[in-house]
Design a protein around this ligand. Structure first.
Ligand code: NDP
Length: 316
């Protein structure tokens, strides 16, 4: 297949979470006329979260979708060109860099800011596929509504798992939180809230190994203390099974050209969003295995736009 190059931009931003939109705000205010492609989940992961209580400037909290809508409005106000579309391939050997959108449109870019975020992990059980859309979900806020007055399970012990369990506890009659370790990894405040919620039942040292049900999920098989000689297989009756076991960076498209770490996160020069290709920057969760917060993503998006501006001045 041959493509015709039909557009050249100074700054192309890939992704529309806090990192991408913040980069767009700064790049447009620096007159870089940035073009931002939103990707498959416009607004990113915060659009599938409930209340965001830790984004500075919102003392009473704000809903994830509302926050992201504000980011977008602010970027648009300064002239960022925000478009629907997904990057399907890149060629970072050529300079200007070539980026293909939706398999058909090619764009040449002097600088690229990768802000593609991360995607929810699954356990890898065949039953997760079997019951996809029939009781298995990685997004409580998207699907919780279907489980009013029902029993559900959430897998994971981090902040996401606690947040999902708390959200579901307001809808479902009972929420099992299935944790593989004897303790939660979540922040103390979340741990306290979970432990104080009467309809959340913590199952420490349990691993989900399968699901069962005729028309959809009716229960899960769990192994207590996996690997121990006295491990025990038990079942719980549930209507919904939610995964909250971390994320994988959306960096696959770029891995051929940029260094990534063992988990696939794009490597950047310490303290900067610079990758090992000049003019290509990575911001937010795609390059951050440590903090993964909306505010740190926004901060790194700002840094990436400032770096892009300086790079463009240098190559002039
Ligand atoms: P984390 O990586 O923090 O936690 C993942 C959890 O899933 C851990 O408890 C882990 O267990 C468990 N897990 C991983 N793989 C498996 C598996 N195969 N089987 C069973 N359990 C598994 O991810 P989160 O998404 O919770 O959080 C990511 C980051 O975002 C964190 O920094 C967190 O603080 C932040 N965050 C903050 C929020 C807030 O402040 N409101 C809300 C949501 C996230 P183990 O502990 O044994 O490794």
């Amino acid at each position: 297949m041959s493509y015709s190059t039909n557009e050249k931009v100074r700054c192309l931003i890939i992704g529309s979470g806090p990192a991408g939109y913040t980069a767009a705000i700064y790049a447009s205010r620096a007159n870089l006329s940035p073009v931002l492609y939103e990707g498959i989940q416009p607004g990113g992961q915060l659009t599938i979260t409930t209340e965001v209580e830790n984004f500075p400037g919102h003392p009473g909290g704000i809903s994830g979708p509302e926050l992201m809508n504000d980011f977008k409005k602010q970027a648009t106000r300064f002239g960022a060109d925000i478009r629907m579309g997904t990057v399907t391939s890149v060629d970072f050997d050529k300079n200007p860099y070539i980026i293909t959108i939706d398999g058909e449109k090619e764009i040449e870019a002097d600088t690229v800011i990768i802000a593609t975020g991360a995607t929810a992990n699954y356990l890898g059980l065949p039953d997760e596929q079997k019951y996809a859309g029939m009781g298995v979900s990685a997004c409580a806020t998207c699907d919780g509504f279907f489980y009013r007055k029902k029993t559900v399970a959430v897998v994971g012990g981090g902040d996401t798992a606690c947040e999902e369990a708390l959200y579901l506890s307001s809808l479902a009659s009972l929420v099992y939180l299935i944790v593989r370790k004897p303790c939660l990894r979540a922040s103390k405040v979340m741990q306290k809230r979970v432990k104080e919620t009467p309809n959340i039942k913590l199952l420490f040292e349990h691993n989900a190994v399968g699901l069962f049900g005729e028309q959809g999920v009716e229960g899960a098989w769990l192994i207590k203390r996996k690997g121990e000689p006295d491990e025990e297989k038990v079942s719980i009756a549930i209507d919904g099974f939610f995964l909250a076991i971390g994320h994988t960076p959306n960096a696959e498209l770029f891995a051929k050209w940029l260094s990534t770490d063992a988990k696939g996160y794009i490597k950047t020069h310490p303290g900067t969003p610079r990758t090992d290709k000049p003019g290509i920057f990575a911001a937010g969760d795609v390059a951050d295995p440590h903090y993964r917060q909306a505010v740190t993503a926004a901060g790194s998006g700002c840094m990436a736009a400032i770096e892009a501006e300086r790079y463009l001045l240098d190559i002039k």
